[in-house]
Every structure is written in C-alpha cells, then in structure tokens.
Design a protein around this ligand. Structure first.
Ligand SMILES: CCCCCCCC/C=C\CCCCCCCC(=O)SCCNC(=O)CCNC(=O)[C@H](O)C(C)(C)COP(=O)(O)OP(=O)(O)OC[C@H]1O[C@@H](n2cnc3c(N)ncnc32)[C@H](O)[C@@H]1OP(=O)(O)O
Ligand SMILES: NC(=O)C1=CN([C@@H]2O[C@H](COP(=O)(O)OP(=O)(O)OC[C@H]3O[C@@H](n4cnc5c(N)ncnc54)[C@H](OP(=O)(O)O)[C@@H]3O)[C@@H](O)[C@H]2O)C=CC1
Length: 548
C-alpha cells in the first residue's frame, strides 16, 4: 500500500491509472462525460471517514468505479485488532466488495491514501504532516465514521459521534479547497418524534456542557445517569447522532454542508452485487438467526413500516448530494431523509414471511431447526414462544451436548440473541413518518444518465425480490456458504423435520400416558375413542366380507 505523503508516486499513479482501467477508453469516458456526478468527482480529492465500515467501503468502491479519474481518496484509518493501518487497508482492498472495481480498474488501490487517525483523540491524532496535506488538497469530505452500537457507553458514544465530528469540522474549516462536507447521520436521530422533517431539531442539551460533564465524571456515575440524560431517546447511539447533527449545522456559514439521514441500511440492491452485506447489524443478524432456525419468535408489529433502505441507494444519494452541494451550493443547508416508508412502504410482518420462504427454498447449512418465525407485538405471547421455542430446545440441546461430552453453548447463544432483540424492538414495534422532499427534489435535478448511474429511486424496489437477494447475500457473503451446498442443506432440513415429527409424537404419547394415569375423565375419553375405533373396524370388516 502506498504511503500518503508520496506526491510523486501519487501523480504518476493517476496517469497509470487512467490508462489501466479495463472498462476503459470509450465506454467509461462516455459514461463519465454524460454523467455530471461522475464527471464532477474526476480530478477531485476526497476524504472519507469510516471507510473501513459497511457503508464506507461501498462508498469508496462506487466512487472509484464511477469516477476512475478521481485524484485521490484519503481515508482515515486506525490500527485495530493487532493490525497496522497499512495491513488493514491492504486486506480491505482484496475483499469481495472491490471485485467489480478491480475488474474495471486493476490499479484502483493506488488512488486510496490511508491516513493514520483516531477520531476520539485530540486533532483526530493525525500527524502534522498528514494534516497539512489534507488541508491543502481535500475538495469533498464524507463523514461516515461513528459507533453504531446501541449499548455503547455514553462517554464513548459522545467522544466518537459528537466530539470526533467536532474535531473533523474544525479540520474542514481550515481546508483551503473544500467544496462540500457531507455528514452521515441517521433517520432515527430524532426518533423521539413521530413525524420527522428535513430540518435540524434543537438539541436536548447544550453539547459543550454535556461533553465537559462526562469528561470529569466517573464512568460508573455516567452509566447510572445515562437513562436520565438521554430521556426519550432509546439509546446512546441515536442520542449522540442528534447532538452531532446540531454541531454540524453550526458550521453551515463556513462551508457547504449536507446531512444524509438513512433509515435501516440493509444489503445492496444492485451494486456492487445484489445482496452484498458484510456485517450482522440491523436486521442482518436476526435474518441469519431465523435462517439457521435459531430464532423462532421475534417481537415486531406486523403492520409497522419496516424502513429498510439498500446500502447502494444510500451511497448513490450521498454521492449525488456531494455533487449537488459543491456545484449548486444551496443557500440553506440541505438535510436528506433517506427512507423508503413514505414512498414504497413494506411491513415487518411481510419481511418475516419473505425471509422464511426464501430460507425454505435456499436453506442455510447446518440449521439448528427448521426456519419458522412467529412475529408478534404482544409481550406475553412473545415471552411464551421464547420459553417454548427458544429456551426449551436450547436446554434440551445443551443437555444432549453435555451427555456426549461436549461443552454446552446453545443457551449462551440464545441469551445474546434475546439481548439484541430487546435493543432492536424499539425500532420494530412502531412506525415513523419521514418527509423526503429533498431526496425527490435532488432526483428531479439529475440528468437521465445520472439517474441511471446513481439511482436512488426506491419506487422501483420490489421488496420480495430484494429480501430474497438479501437472504441469499447473507448466506454467500456473510456466512461464506456456497450455493452448491443447497441440496445437502435441504437434506439436513428433511432430517430435522423427521426428528421433529418423531419428537412431537413421542411427547404426545408421554403426555397422554401421564393424563390417563392421573385422570378418570382422560381414561373415559380414551376408552370411548378406542371402542369407537374398534366398532368402525368391525363394521368395515363385516361389510367387506358381505361384498365378497
Ligand atoms: C424472520 C425475521 C424477521 C425480521 C425481523 C427483523 C428484526 C429487525 C431488526 C432490526 C431493525 C432495527 C434496526 C434499527 C437501526 C437503526 C438504524 C441506525 O441508524 S444504526 C445502524 C444499525 N446499528 C445496529 O444495528 C447496531 C445494533 N447492534 C448492537 O448494538 C450490538 O451488536 C448488540 C448490542 C445488539 C449486540 O452486542 P454483542 O456484544 O452481544 O454482540 P456483537 O459485539 O454485536 O457481536 C459479537 C461478534 O459476533 C458476531 N455476530 C453478531 N451477530 C451474529 C450472528 N447472528 N451470527 C454470527 N455472528 C454474529 C459479530 O460480527 C461479532 O464478531 P466480531 O467480534 O466483530 O468478530
Ligand atoms: N448501518 C446502518 O444501518 C446505518 C448507519 N448510519 C450511519 O452511517 C454511518 C456508517 O455506518 P456503518 O458503515 O454501518 O458503520 P460501521 O460500524 O460499519 O463503520 C463505522 C466506521 O467508523 C470507523 N470508526 C469507528 N470508531 C472510530 C475511531 N475511533 N476512529 C476512527 N474511525 C472509527 C470504523 O473503523 P474501524 O473499522 O476501525 O472500526 C468504521 O470504519 C454511521 O455514521 C452511521 O451512524 C445511519 C443509518 C443506518
């Protein structure tokens, strides 16, 4: 991987690159000249935070594929899990998500300039030299980095989502060639309201005061007062994203800003591959747990809108908004609610149905039970099903593991699953209404070619097809299962079905035997049924003897 400061190599890599893209010459040139958005990014220097994350990778891939002559893509990366920044980026560019751009432009990675950074540190822990380079070159900033965990301690969520954003804004203020700053927020930043417009709402507290407070307060005290502080926000994630939006807005006089608010970002619709996904966040972990037959009941309001949005739709809107902000310089700061519910609604109950039907046709390998999902918003009914179809089988299976000398693990998996489901149910048991005028307005301003290359028109989305690709994508890209293993997986499901029939029959017989032993009424019913059967048999035997 190239190092950031190597200007000479950077310049020569641009030259090499433009001649090395395969979808080369004619076709790509034509596409980028006809597309104003693609043409805009050619020759620009872009900075992306959170580029190693789910959305960051898709953003980087699309940018490098649509605008192969982009001058450079700086990415802020921290060392992690024993890997240096360089090692992480080298591994990342080899991953499947970059297959298409790799095919089109084999040297695409030369455009990527990683910068060592830690967003929770003063000045983002960027060296003076790197900082200077960014200040003098960057034209567009895409700020994706955040902690998206719902159980993040408030102090850390504030440090990263709020103070990290503040530090980045400070840096952006000094960028000499900055044309647009695009901040990625979430549609749920204001989930304490039912109707959410494309405006910034006043923050619940003065951000600076809160940050000062948590700086000196003891961690355990912060933990204790967190529910009081976050008030009617469901978690520290949405709360800190709301605070960050307000901070970003404060900078609107200094440079051109837009805020994108995606709802629940799911697998891709088309790009880079239908169904591409690389993490267990949002519905993905739940969908896999259902496919594996682990999750059999889930608390959702069947009729509530499931505001899922494919990741490539979000990325196309982000790139279009970057272009629009830089070129058209709207007078007011634009906020784009990037949602589907108001345009092409789809409900949680339908998702459950399509997920199960897809996994019955394309089963996951080594399922625990046959995929089935009981969806209810009733707490008691859900608790009943949790006891019957989660905890009881888990205990039985753990007992079987113990008997065969293995370590029990099923109950542990279920406890984790229940914890996740509890944190997610706030979002699956209610509906919100987001206005999406700005998204529609932006779409109307695009040329036909831009609308095709950077499609974010969710009216064209067929949910059943999308959910099917999502499930298959989760199987292929998340679990690395081969489609050729489907016949064996189906065979496994048949085996599970037979085990289940045998188990249910045995259970019924045992329960009935206990009943007969203990209740006179059960005995009477049993004798009545047996004598009725005997009479029927005798009658049929007699009538068949007469006929012959
Ligand atoms: C029939 C089906 C019907 C469908 C029903 C659908 C249900 C709907 C579900 C959801 C919708 C609502 C969503 C609203 C979203 C709002 C929008 C946004 O703006 S935010 C962005 C979203 N952010 C999150 O989604 C963070 C949520 N996640 C968390 O906060 C944490 O993950 C949490 C607290 C839920 C669990 O934390 P832990 O500590 O127990 O587990 P951990 O750290 O996540 O995972 C540990 C390891 O296990 C893997 N893992 C997780 N789930 C797995 C699974 N199912 N199978 C295999 N591995 C899994 C992970 O990849 C991780 O691996 P490694 O350490 O990174 O190597
Ligand atoms: N996914 C979703 O459903 C939705 C996401 N969003 C928003 O989109 C954005 C991207 O989300 P998504 O891609 O899903 O999130 P991911 O968790 O996949 O990625 C987060 C990124 O932020 C980086 N990051 C985290 N902490 C730091 C740090 N201290 N210093 C530097 N970088 C850091 C991560 O780097 P590293 O690899 O080193 O951890 C990673 O690249 C976020 O702002 C999120 O709020 C909004 C709505 C829905």
């Amino acid at each position: 991987m190239q190092v950031v400061n190597n200007h000479k190599r950077l310049d020569s890599s641009i030259l090499d690159h433009s001649t090395s893209c395969r979808k080369s010459g004619g076709q790509r040139e034509r596409e980028s000249t006809m597309s104003s958005i693609a043409a805009y990014y050619n020759g620009k220097t872009v900075l992306i935070t959170g580029a190693t994350g789910f959305m960051g990778k898709v953003l980087m891939e699309k940018l490098l594929r649509a605008s192969p002559n982009v001058e450079a893509v700086y990415i802020l990366v921290r060392p992690k899990a024993g890997q240096s920044m360089q090692e992480r980026v080298a591994n990342m560019v080899k991953s499947k998500v970059f297959d298409r751009v790799r095919e089109d432009c084999p040297n695409f990675q030369e455009k990527i300039k990683p910068i060592n950074a830690e967003l929770t540190q003063p000045n983002l822990a960027i060296s003076a030299k790197d900082s200077q380079e960014l200040l003098s070159r960057v034209n567009v900033v895409f700020h994706c980095a955040a902690t998206v965990r719902f159980d993040e301690p408030l102090k850390h969520a504030l440090l990263l989502n709020v103070m990290g954003t503040q530090q980045l804004l400070l840096l952006a203020r000094q960028m000499q060639k900055l044309e647009a700053f695009i901040h990625i927020s979430t549609a749920y930043a204001n989930c304490n309201r039912r109707n959410i417009d494309e405006v910034i709402y006043p923050p619940p507290v003065e951000t600076k005061k809160l940050c000062d407070l948590v700086e000196w307060l003891d961690e355990s005290i912060i933990q204790e007062i967190t529910p009081k502080l976050i008030g009617d926000w469901p978690n520290t994630y949405t709360y800190t994203k709301a605070l960050a939006e307000y901070l970003v807005q404060q900078e609107k006089e200094h440079f051109n800003i837009a805020i994108i608010r995606p709802s629940i970002v799911g697998a891709s619709w088309h790009e880079p591959f239908p169904g591409w996904i690389d993490n267990f966040n949002g519905p993905s972990g739940i969908i896999i747990a259902a496919g594996k037959g682990i999750l059999q009941t889930v608390k959702v309001n069947n009729d509530a809108v499931a505001d899922l949005i494919p990741v490539d739709v979000v990325i196309n809107l982000i790139l279009a908004a970057g272009w629009h902000t830089a070129v058209h310089r709207p007078k007011t700061m634009m906020v784009y609610n990037c949602t589907t519910g108001g345009i092409n609604p789809f409900c949680w109950g339908d998702i459950g149905y399509y997920v199960i039907s897809t996994f019955k046709r394309n089963p996951l390998e080594q399922a625990f039970r046959i995929p089935r999902a009981q969806t209810t918003s009733n707490h008691l009914i859900n608790q009943y099903w949790i006891a019957v179809s989660h905890k009881a089988p888990a205990m039985l299976y753990d007992f079987y593991l113990r008997l065969t000398g293995r370590k029990p693990r099923m109950m542990k998996i279920f406890n984790r699953l229940h914890k996740s489901m509890m944190l997610l149910e706030y979002f699956t048991c209610q509906s919100w209404e987001w206005s999406s005028e700005n998204m529609n307005m932006l779409m109307a301003q695009l040329s036909p070619e831009d609308r095709r290359l950077f499609n974010f028109d969710v009216r064209q989305l067929h949910w059943s097809e999308y959910i099917e690709n999502y499930c298959i994508g989760a199987k292929k890209y998340l679990l690395n299962e081969d489609m050729s293993g489907i016949p064996a997986a189906k065979q496994h499901l048949r085996k599970l079905r037979n085990i289940q029939y045998a188990f249910n029959t045995t259970l019924l017989v045992i329960i009935w035997r206990i009943f007969i032993a203990r209740s006179q009424m059960a005995r009477n019913i049993w004798y009545f049924v047996v004598s009725l059967c005997y009479k029927f048999l005798s009658y049929f035997r007699a009538s068949s003897t007469i006929r012959h």
